[in-house]
Ligand binder design. Structure first.
Ligand code: 5GP
Ligand code: ZN
Length: 118
């Protein structure tokens, strides 16, 4: 459930500080320490799941809930509404998928990008 050696388990527990975006019994969301967009936060299950590749059928409702929550949190954090605004929701999976922290997380990235308008 909780892996004491896992960075994101420790962040979810508050053992390592983060800028919290959202929390409930099963989900924790916090700002990425190296934002790659004007709005960039991460959503994680509190339960330790190493990656999308380790997700089981019993995790499906939780993942669905996280995905459904992402648009609400994105707007709260300053992303503009669909369709002119929007955001990317990305799950890097495994080394060749660009995953560096091995606790499942959704990146939510968006926010105003004036250079995209034209
Ligand atoms: P990955 O490459 O695994 O998909 O993404 C990991 C993300 O976690 C990166 O965007 C990185 O900036 C972020 N990150 C790594 N360590 C920390 C940390 O200690 N605190 C926070 N808030 N984000 C972190
Ligand atoms: Zn973990």
């Amino acid at each position: 459930m909780h892996d004491p050696n896992c960075l994101f388990c420790r962040i979810a527990k508050g053992e390592i500080p983060s800028r919290k975006v959202y929390e409930d019994e099963e989900v924790f969301a916090f700002h990425d320490i190296h934002p790659g967009a004007p709005v960039h936060f991460l959503m994680i299950p509190k339960k330790h799941v190493a990656s999308l590749a380790q997700v089981s059928a019993e995790d499906a409702p939780l993942l669905g809930r996280m995905l459904a929550l992402a648009p609400k949190l994105a707007l709260e954090q300053g992303c503009n509404p669909y369709p002119e605004g929007g955001y990317r929701v990305v799950v890097n999976t495994g080394t060749e998928g660009g995953q560096e922290v091995h606790h499942l997380h959704l990146h939510v990235m968006g926010g105003p990008r004036p250079w995209l308008k034209g």
